[in-house]
Design a protein around this ligand. Structure first.
Ligand SMILES: Cc1cc2nc3c(=O)[nH]c(=O)nc-3n(C[C@H](O)[C@H](O)[C@H](O)COP(=O)(O)O)c2cc1C
Length: 576
């Protein structure tokens, strides 16, 4: 039975939000929130056909809700949910993935139904604890764990880290043979059809979604497909778009074909960590984030939840390795380490980190062994004894970026070679000034010499800056972030330029030895700059290998009224 409810529009310009409820298997109801007019998703892609956010209710002897929906549906969704079930009777909320379009109203739901136990991966629970500022019952689950809801609905959890987000898991109901996948196998497509009856209508959006969200982690997709193999799957209930039933093998086959092709084509880094140990997972994810900034594929592997053959295969084929020190006493880890050492080879770079669990494998002897095997150290061993902070996340991210840049050094070198074409030379005649961006956010600071800077609006006073995707400062330049744009002075900029072009190790204080004072927005003003602007990021536009950051300038000052801005001339477009 498919029942479609239409929301009341608040104003004629408001976007259409409707909710469809449908029974799709015994005791199982889909709540599909249809967002007909959404035209953009994250920063990543434009939507042609709106989107849906799907949530599912299983009513066995116990009742479980699988994922929720976007916060914009809060009242519509809660009203419909209460029509289906007494909220006080919901026992579990299974969170396959915590991105806000699926978790935006979990706080509201738990306020109304505090008896609910949230079942999710460790990373997901940590994320929710930071989001929802009140205690709630939670149970961490990992691959192989089960939950019996009664009436034949036994749920199995399958971890699928890195499929778009680190927290991702899949949930399988053996009673209905439905696999709940949240983002995985999704597509942004909005219509009333519950199922994938007409694949021709869906193909393009299915592929775009894969390309944007899944392709960067193709190896993780293959690992998840392998973990799905033991389950007889009759339907895939995704978090976006129609449920997949009629062409199931075709859809999963596409993921396999695309991911195999991608995995063969691109160098990748195998990142080993010990999932439930210390803060290993947080550091690993921060390093993975840094690798992704360089468009390097990452295979994230929990050493406590994998097998030795998979480890050997990965180490043999990876371009780079990262290893979080596992606890010495963990059973089965000694042979894992021996396997990693035996399969590592001199064409690789290695990075090691230690999370201060207290009983770790000693890091420096291991580093020496990798060096003796001829591997290059991508970054100095990271030793984090206390609880990680934003500053240690940033350090790890920069370490990951350094490794990613090493892995891609051939590609970068080719791009850097002179193109010798008219276009390249003509583009190279675009000249600009010289600037230093400085940013401070909490304990984290960064700086960068920039020349691709231009005034972009008069009202409001606005500036556009092109920032390469793998810059250290890039993660401090998201929407709402503030920074200072320091203008360098003609004839006086050499010292500052030389300083900020140094190759800083991950986490280094880039301001050491440089005179600064704090702007009202908290970022450092360089005392030697000719002028400065205090800026707030309002938009980011993806522009190939750069982000174009548009920001509004809130305040500014010129230190020397007669000073001239340093001008930067060049002759080719493939360097600054
Ligand atoms: C003259 C000059 C101008 C530059 N302009 C830019 C720029 O506009 N955008 C950018 O992303 N990088 C620019 N760079 C590169 C960065 O300043 C520099 O390589 C970077 O700070 C080092 O990377 P990291 O900060 O990620 O460690 C420029 C470099 C030079 C030499």
């Amino acid at each position: 039975m498919v029942a479609t409810r239409y929301s009341l529009q608040v104003s004629p310009s408001a976007s259409r939000l409707t909710l469809q409820t449908a029974s799709f298997a015994p005791d199982s109801t889909a709540l599909r929130c249809l967002d007909w007019d959404r035209d953009r998703f994250d920063i990543e892609f434009e939507l042609q056909n709106g989107t849906t956010y799907n949530s599912f209710l299983i009513q066995g002897e116990k009742t479980a809700l699988i994922d929720t929906t976007h916060g914009k549906f809060t009242s519509l969704y809660l009203e419909e949910l209460q029509a289906l079930v007494n909220l006080a009777e919901i026992d579990y909320l299974i969170v396959n993935h915590t991105e806000p379009d699926h978790s935006g109203l979990i706080g509201d739901l738990l306020a109304l139904a505090p008896q609910i136990t949230v079942m999710a991966s460790k990373v997901a629970i940590q994320f929710l604890q930071n989001q929802i500022h009140r205690p709630f019952a939670a149970q961490m689950v990992k691959s192989g764990d089960r939950l019996d809801l009664g009436n034949g609905h036994e749920l199995s959890f399958i971890s699928a880290p890195n499929l778009h987000w680190p927290d991702t898991m899949l949930t399988y109901d053996s009673g209905t043979q439905v696999l709940y996948t949240c983002d995985v196998f999704g597509l942004h497509y909005c219509d009333d059809s519950l199922y994938d009856e007409t694949p021709a209508l869906l193909e393009a959006d299915f592929q775009l979604y894969y390309d944007c969200l899944m392709r960067p982690n193709a190896r993780s997709v293959l690992a998840a497909l392998k973990r799905m193999e033991p389950f007889a799957i009759g339907q895939i209930a995704t978090g976006h778009g129609p449920l997949l039933r009629h062409y199931l093998a075709d859809w999963t086959g596409r993921y396999r074909t695309w991911s195999e092709a991608q995995a063969q084509a691109e160098p990748f880094v195998a990142l080993f960590y010990a999932g439930e140990y210390g803060h290993s997972d947080r550091l690993a994810h921060a390093i993975g984030q840094g690798l992704l900034k360089t468009a390097t594929a990452v295979e994230l592997v929990d050493l406590l939840d994998t097998d030795i053959h998979a480890v050997r295969e990965l180490v043999t084929t990876a371009a780079g390795l990262v290893l979080g020190m596992p606890p010495q006493a963990a059973p089965g880890l000694e042979p894992m380490l021996s396997t990693i050492l035996a399969a590592a080879h001199p064409k690789q770079a290695i990075g090691l980190f230690e999370t201060g669990g207290g009983q770790d494998e000693p890091i420096f002897p291991l580093r020496n062994r990798f060096q003796e095997l001829g591997l290059k150290s991508a970054f100095e061993p990271i030793l984090i004894k206390a609880a990680p902070t934003e500053a240690t996340d940033k350090l790890c991210e920069e370490a990951g970026t350094d490794l990613g840049q090493w892995v891609n050094r051939d590609r970068t070198q080719k791009q850097g070679q002179a193109l010798d074409s008219g276009l390249d030379q003509a583009l190279g005649r675009l000249s600009t000034g010289l600037y230093i961006l400085t940013a401070q956010k909490g304990d984290v600071s960064s700086a960068m010499l920039a020349s691709w800077v231009i005034q972009a609006s008069i009202e409001p006073p606005g500036v556009a800056i092109a920032v390469a995707k793998d810059r250290a400062i890039e993660s401090l330049l998201h929407g709402g972030d503030t920074f200072v744009l320091n203008v360098l002075e003609d004839g006086q900029y050499q010292r500052l330029m030389k300083h900020f072009l140094k190759r800083f190790p991950p986490g280094a204080d880039r301001f050491e030895g440089v005179a600064t004072y704090a702007a009202a927005n908290g970022s450092p003003i360089l005392a030697e700059s000719l002028a400065y602007l205090e800026c707030t990021v309002t938009h980011r536009l993806e522009a190939g290998d750069h982000w174009v950051i548009y920001c509004t300038a809130k305040a500014g000052r010129v230190a020397k009224p007669d000073g001239l801005t340093a001008v930067h001339h060049r002759k080719a477009s493939n360097h600054y």
